[in-house]
Design a protein around this ligand. Structure first.
Ligand code: BG6
Length: 515
């Protein structure tokens, strides 16, 4: 996992390979994969012997595929766009039209790949990237297996990156694992969760375990509660059909938010080896106390946005009016949970998780609220109640860490005001654009699965949310839509904390840097 350690400098380029993208005409390829490849190319981390083979239904050739990617690349990499780097990458993009349901197509694919091997010197190493609907993962892998494209000979490797969602629930995830194992070994399967590729997510471990002053405070003796927020201002865009089946709980909590929770709550791993990290995250997931049906009613909140306006006053339609969405849809676009863990470090500390679409801003953070200090020495002063200290790990945007604590307000009387100490990544490391996919793609090309998920982690994630899904399915929501687009979700989300004398941190303040 060298990208993280070296900040890109002196990192060797990845091993020769062809990256084969199923679903090359889709959103993910344009928005994340090609921009990530461009960033890797810019950092000289792609091998000289490299090619991308995009596969899709559209009738394109190499030239038109390159044009299509060129049209959108600037939008997705912004100011980081460099024409000369793009020219290096674009010359390596190829395309093949394919009907993925047709067995014979995979014979043609094999021929095309061996032609690329000869032309590009890619040595028969193939990284198959499944940027297709999850229902097709098993089928496509089956065809690849039958065509012999997953067979490793000792001189070459074949790997498959499987996008999320991995299944729809525990049962389907287990079935998918079984299917994939029929055609390849576990070490060929790379189950991606792009939150693990985010620098700021990896930095949670560095912050906790490379700094001696944190660990003694990181437990139930000092921490009152933890808030995890993954807020998005976007709606479901063109993904209505997918989202209808998923909803916020499956789409975000079963994977991304549980990754964040795992990193915040885990014990220090013995090493940075895949197995050690994975074991510690799994211990956290196993320590989460299962929600009973009554617990779900009290500690799980769902919402769906109606029409409304974003803070920039842009008017937006209700979820139910989005393309591909049932006008009576009961799918949740907002979910919040209160989870607790039964272990020595965290017993009695609530972890509040919330995520939603069409919230006022795009913002992901973890806020750790410390217990109040005993303030007896201020009892005869004007101080009153002192705000609790809070540590905020900003995952995106304005990546950084903020500590708020009390300081004396200058003046003749004793008054305490909340002040912030703020670290911003950009100030120290510049603004290195990244999609979160760079490290993960690079790692897969080098056979490093540290930041990929193992089957049991995914299954455990499903197990946790399954308890909520079961209750929600049995009791369909009656009040949807229950929050207006551009607001912070349904009232019940606030009550989740209010009922326990707490409140969600005001995110509007979070984007303001301390001056
Ligand atoms: C994806 C979800 O996994 O993550 C999307 O399917 C969501 O619904 C996205 O928008 C959020 O990712 P990021 O990196 O923008 O926080």
């Amino acid at each position: 996992m060298s990208l993280m350690q070296s900040n890109y400098t002196e990192t060797p380029s990845a091993l020769p390979n062809v990256m084969v993208i199923f679903g090359a005409g889709g959103d993910l390829t344009r928005r994340k994969l090609v921009p990530a490849l461009l960033h890797l190319c810019n950092a000289r981390l792609l091998p000289d012997s490299f090619a991308v083979l995009g596969l899709g239904r559209s009738d394109m050739d190499d030239a038109s595929f390159r044009d299509r990617m060129a049209e959108s690349i600037r939008d997705h990499v912004g100011a980081a766009f460099d024409q000369s780097v793009w020219e290096r990458l674009v010359a390596r993009l190829h395309y093949m039209r394919i009907d993925i349901h047709e067995g014979a197509a995979y014979e043609r694919l094999r021929e095309r790949l061996s032609e690329l091997d000869t032309r590009r010197g890619t040595e028969g190493n193939y990284l198959f990237y499944m940027a297709i609907p999850p229902s097709l993962f098993a089928r496509v892998t089956g065809f690849l297996g039958t065509a012999g494209l997953l067979r490793e000979t000792g001189n070459n490797w074949r790997r498959v990156v499987v996008e999320k969602p991995f299944g729809q629930d525990l049962e389907s995830a287990t079935a998918l694992n079984r299917e994939l194992h029929r055609h390849m070994d576990e070490d060929q399967i790379y189950r991606i969760d792009h939150y693990l590729g985010k620098e700021t997510v990896q930095n949670i471990m560095v912050f906790r375990f490379a700094n001696g002053f944190i660990e003694p405070l990181w437990n139930r003796h000092h921490i009152d509660h933890v808030q995890l927020t993954v807020a998005e201002s976007v709606g479901v865009e063109h993904r209505g059909a997918y989202y209808e089946e998923a909803g916020a709980l499956r789409d975000m909590i079963s994977n991304h938010l549980l990754v964040l929770l795992g990193f915040i709550a885990m014990e220090p791993p013995n090493s940075f080896e895949s197995g050690a990290l994975h074991d510690e995250v799994n211990k956290v997931l196993n320590a989460i106390e299962p929600l009973s049906p009554e617990g779900v009613l009290r500690h799980a909140v769902r919402g769906q946005y109606g029409e409304g306006a974003l803070p920039d006053s842009e008017k937006v339609m209700a979820y139910r009016s989005s393309p591909g969405v049932d006008p009576q849809s009961r799918t949740e676009t907002f979910a919040a949970l209160r989870l607790t863990m039964d272990n020595w470090r965290w017993a009695g500390v609530p972890f509040y998780l919330r995520t939603g679409k069409r919230l006022p801003t795009q913002h992901t953070e973890i806020a750790i609220q410390f217990k109040r200090a005993p303030t007896v020495m201020f009892k005869d002063t004007d101080v009153g109640q002192v705000d609790p200290d809070m540590l905020v790990l900003r995952i995106q945007p304005a990546e950084g860490i903020q500590m708020s604590f009390g300081a004396k307000v200058p003046g003749p009387t004793m008054r305490i005001g909340a002040v912030n100490m703020d670290f911003c990544y950009e100030d120290y490391f510049g603004n290195k654009p990244a999609t979160g996919y760079e490290t993960l793609i690079y790692d897969c090309m080098n056979g490093d699965a540290t930041l990929y998920k193992h089957a049991d982690t995914i299954e455990k994630g499903w197990e946790i949310v399954q308890l909520v899904m079961d209750v929600w399915t049995t009791l369909p929501p009656r009040d949807f839509p229950n929050y207006a687009a551009g607001t912070w979700g349904p009232k019940a989300a606030g009550d989740l904390l209010r009922n326990e004398g707490r409140q969600w941190r005001r995110i509007q303040d979070a984007n303001l840097r301390a001056s």
